[in-house]
Design a protein around this ligand. Sequence first.
Ligand code: FE2
Length: 269
Amino acid sequence: MHSVEHLRFGEVEGWRLGYGPVGRPLMTVCCYLAGGVLVDTGQSHMGPRLLEALARRPPAAVALTHHHEDHSGNAARIAARYGVPVWGHALTAGKLAHPFPIQPYQHFVWGAARPTAVTVWAGPLEADGFTLTPIHTPGHSKDHTVYLDKANGRLYAGDLFIGERIKFFRADEDMGAQIASLKRVLQEDFDALFCAHNPRPTKGREALQAKLAFLEELRGQVARLHGQGLSERQIVRRLDPRKDRLVKLITLGNASCSQMIRSTLRTAL
Ligand SMILES: [Fe+2]
């Protein structure tokens, strides 16, 4: 089943896109129109539906938060349909210059992103009277970038947030970098948090603060157990709530609670 939910937060509109080969979509992803800039493009399985939705209000440009296939999935399609630039970090441009490998579950849930030319931003992006300032926020991925609309107190956050208490890391995530990126973004003033999976139209800054507190607490716990002489395996066993077995199985170990704990051990202890 496919689902397209139109989102409206004042003058910001967006779409929550869900794809399920059978039954209800298991996961959804949102993209937002900030003035004329479409921040992220959803999963390629939902490309035709997103183009239908955009026909009413074609974007003047696309800005990508990172290369993951549920964010970059339709950038090539939209650039080709409307002849608009796709903006992103230099690392995003590098990733999208060629097809990049993804796991079987990613093909199944989201679909692969087609390569596309990404213009590397060198400063704020302007469209329809909105100014978006890119801030490089590595951690979730090396290229991860958020876009801040300072004038309106809105942060287009990609996957920086996801939730106050996250349960999984992908293999390429970095705990130390994520904590540093959250601290960097919390130096800014904003209220609306347009997360790609979990929008918080108000009190978004507080939500990001809560996530930072959670990650720092987890890092403290891991550091304590490490200090008591526990091995990585023992710490994983002690802290892994074992609720992630299904996710671990589906993703062939790419995403899990253990990955989150291992990343914590690798950084900043
Ligand atoms: Fe992501």
